[in-house]
Every structure is written in C-alpha cells, then in structure tokens.
Design a protein around this ligand. Structure first.
Ligand code: ADQ
Length: 455
C-alpha cells in the first residue's frame, strides 16, 4: 500500500499537548494517515530560522513542521496568501493587493517546502497538497525530479477568468497546477470557472471524465465537495455538554426564537450584510421584536491584516447601533460574541436555534451550514437560511436560499423561516441531513484519494 503524504500551510493532527480532535479535516486525514503510515507536513505557525523539519508522532500519526522567518510570514502568509489570493478568489478585487514582494515570498516559501520535504518522499507515496497557500508546490516537487502521483485540493472558490486575469503573472500560477495529476474543487461551479480559464487563457481543452489538456499535458479536474464528520456532530449534539448548552440557551431566551450565525470573522462571510438584513427585519416587523434574537458568534482571525481589523471595527459599530436602536429594558436583539467554543457547545447552540443564518458573500463550501443540519433534532428541526453563493448551496438546495447582498431577501427569509410549519421544516431538513450524513468528510477523502490512486 502507498503511503499518504499530506501537505498544507498548517498541520492539524492531534498532539500530546492537544490530544482532542482538531476539526473535520483533521479527523478525515489523520485516520487516513494512520492507516497509510503517512506524514502531514506544514508550517509550525512559529517564526524563526527555517532549520530542519521537526517530526512528532502521536497516536500513530506523524507530523513534520518547519518554522518560517518573519519576512516569509509577512510576504507569503499575511501577504500573498491572505492579502492577494484570498480576496481575489473571493471576488474582492477591491481588497486584493498586488505586490511583487508578496509573490516573491510566496514562491520562495513554496521552494523551501519542496526542498525540505522532497528528501522524505518515497517513490510510491501518494502526495496530497492543500489549498491556495501551496499552489506552486507540485511544480517545485516535479523540478526536484519527483514522479509521484500528486493531487491538489482547493478549499476556496475558483474566481471568474476576468477577475483572475487581474492577478499579475496569473498564467504562471495556473500553469503550476498542471504539475499535479488530479485537481479537486469544492463544487461544479468552481470547476466550471477553472475550465473557462483553461479554455480562454491557455487554449486548453476539456475532455471526458474530468480530463483537462493544455499543450501536451492532460490532468484530471474533479468536483469533490468536502463534508463534515457527521457522525461525530450527531453524537456531539446529544452530549452532556450540548444538552447543558441547549438548556442554557432555552432558559436565556425565555420563549424567544433563536437565530444563530457562526463564522470566522472574515469579510467573505457577509457579516455586515447579515446584520443589515436582520436590521431590515426588525425595522419592518415591529410586532416580531419580542419573539426573536440573533446570536452571532465570530472569533477574530488573521488579526495582523488591516482589512480584518477594519471589518471587526465595522461590526462592533453596527452591532452597537442595532442594539441601541431596538433594544428594550428586557430584550437585546443581537448578541455578538467574539470567541471560539468547543464543538459540543457549538452543537448545543445549533440545536437550540430555530434558524441557522449562513450568508457568506462567497464561500468555497461552508461547513457551518452542514454542522447546523447535522445538529438538529429530527423531530423538531430548525430552518437553514443559506447564501446562494456558498459552495454548500448546490448540495443543500432544500435550505431557504438567499442573495446575501439583499437586506430584503434576508429579512423575508427570516420571516418565512420563523413561520414555517413543522411539516415543512422536516420535509426540508431530511434530504439535507441525508446528504450531510452520506457525503461526509471520509467520503470526500476517499473520493479524492481514489481518483489519485487511479492515475
Ligand atoms: P473557513 O473559511 O474557515 O474554511 P467554514 O467552512 O465555515 O469556513 O469552516 C469554519 C469552521 O470553523 C467550522 O467547522 C466551524 O464550526 C468552526 N468555527 C467557526 N466559528 C467557531 C467558533 N466560534 N468556535 C469554534 N469553532 C468555530 C475554508 C473555506 C470554506 C470550506 C472550508 C473547508 O473558506 O469554504 O468549507 O475551508 O474546506
């Protein structure tokens, strides 16, 4: 059996310090790494001289990390990954910064990764590279003479061609993808926009079975939507901690319906637009005031990047204005919490919420939507309101799909969700639950690695 090698910006295997699971991706990949005697490579998250790889093994899983010098972190991670590619791939050309130093740092770090990882690869290893931080790594490994089967999965959207061409040297970046044998995208939509680029900008062609040919090179590009660890979420939702959280939520809401949002604090998640939609709901339905409240959980992320500081300040101000305008002596319409919670607590919150409000402006997939569905009580499920621009919308088409840019759309959907009969709630929830359960994170991992093994 071939070993599995996973490479991503950060490594999230359990360690002796943090033995608990680290999220769905870690669950899916660590199980595979354990079975296939694999290694997960990545950046340690620390700044310092690069030095040698630091290997660690815990519970049958090996990880190997390097530190990165401060300049690399600034140019590669804060710079090209978070200030160039992330906004551009989320259709935010207005926020994207194009600096040669960023691109230089990005390519340099990818070369460093290739240099330090290359010697640890055996000829038969399957190599699976993750996400926009590491696009050129496959190319670097090929330059080092590796002939292994190489796969790449993009967790975020693929942007429309006309946006992509705003990136200086965009073709160089996309050409590097042709070093891989299999490319995975979250949805058909992102796969199609990738095809469009290949045809328009590279004079390539799209064949059967996902084959994409440019020049003399043919690779496979597939849609492979990521799932959650559904079993674990279902179990979490009835764990003692979830039940205690559920009780706390119900008690504190004194008969009011809870609407919940859970997101990393990021401009792609549409939080400002969501707050504006909720405000529209409150403005236009004064009778409903005493019956609802919105709990928005949003732990800060990427706090060293200015745009993230800006969005945080805007949301602080907006949440204050909404509460200032509508709160009563015994009611606060918006509870806005900037902290992370353990999984079972989140599951309890999801279960207590009559409405899950998931309205990103663009999202590769969006796992919160799936977690909300997995956590519901089958006898009395809540309603998912989901952005039509999330990758998850193609699988969760029984949600109330909304245009997240429209405050009226969001306000109407909230009204409809709160008024929905039990019969309709069950009829919508059931097929979504089956999808989340069947196309879970293990299904996703197998779909990708099977495709790679067939190369
Ligand atoms: P993200 O942009 O981080 O992921 P998402 O898919 O929603 O977005 O995943 C967020 C995860 O963080 C969820 O598992 C959620 O439970 C967790 N989380 C959020 N807030 C939390 C809190 N307060 N406390 C604890 N946990 C919290 C990127 C892409 C997505 C894609 C994923 C996976 O942007 O589109 O779905 O990768 O491929």
């Amino acid at each position: 059996m071939s070993r599995l090698i996973v490479i991503s910006n950060r490594v999230s295997v359990p360690t002796a310090d943090q033995p608990g699971t680290q999220g769905g991706l870690a669950v899916a990949l660590t199980a595979a790494l354990r079975e296939a005697d694999g290694i997960w490579f990545g950046w340690s998250g620390e700044t310092g001289e690069t030095g040698d790889l630091k290997f660690a093994s815990y519970d049958g899983v090996t990880s190997a990390t390097i530190d990165l010098p401060e300049q690399d972190v600034e140019e590669y991670y804060d710079g090209y990954a978070n200030r160039t590619l992330w906004p551009l791939f989320h259709y935010r050309l207005d926020l994207a910064e194009f600096e040669r130093d960023f691109q230089g740092g990005y390519e340099r770090v990818n070369r460093v990764f290739g240099d330090v990882i290359g010697p640890h690869i055996l000829p038969d290893d399957l190599i699976w590279v993750h996400d926009y931080h590491m696009i050129p790594l496959g190319w670097v490994l090929r330059q080092r003479g590796l002939t292994n089967r190489l796969g790449f999965f993009l967790h975020i959207p693929w942007p429309p061609t006309r946006l992509m061409t705003a990136l200086p040297q965009h073709r160089r970046l996309v050409e590097a993808l042709f070093a891989y044998d299999v490319l995975g995208f979250q949805s058909d939509e992102w796969l199609e926009t990738f095809h469009d680029y290949v045809v328009r900008e590279m004079d390539g062609s799209i064949g059967e079975n996902g084959q994409v040919t440019v020049g003399g090179r043919t690779i496979r590009a597939i849609a492979c939507p990521i799932g959650i660890d559904a079993q674990e979420f279902v179990a979490s939702a009835s764990s003692p901690s979830a039940i205690a959280t559920h009780g706390r939520m119900v008690e504190s809401s004194i008969g009011r319906s809870l609407i919940v949002g859970v997101d990393r604090l990021d401009y792609s998640k549409g939080l400002e637009e969501r707050f504006n939609g909720y405000r529209r709901y409150l403005e236009t339905r004064p009778d409903a005031h005493a019956n609802v409240y919105l709990l928005q959980i949003a732990p800060p992320s990427r706090a060293t990047v200015q745009n993230y500081q800006d969005i945080r300040a805007q949301l602080d101000a907006l949440s204050g204005r909404i509460n200032g305008a509508f709160a009563d002596i015994d009611w606060v319409p918006l509870r806005y919490v900037n902290q992370g919670f353990p999984r079972d607590v989140l599951a309890g919150v999801y279960r207590a919420a009559r409405v899950g409000l998931v309205t990103p402006l663009r999202d590769g997939m969006n796992l919160v939507a799936k977690e909300y569905i997995a956590s519901q009580n089958p006898e009395d499920p809540g309603v998912l309101i989901l952005s039509q621009f999330a990758g998850a919308a193609s699988q969760l088409s029984n949600a109330l799909l909304v245009n997240p840019y429209s405050p009226d759309d969001i306000a109407d959907a909230i009204e409809r969700a709160l008024a929905m009969s039990l019969e309709e709630r069950i009829a919508r929830w059931k097929p979504m639950f089956e999808n989340v359960r069947d196309q879970d994170v293990i299904w996703w991992r197998k779909r990708f690695t099977n495709s790679l093994m067939r190369v």
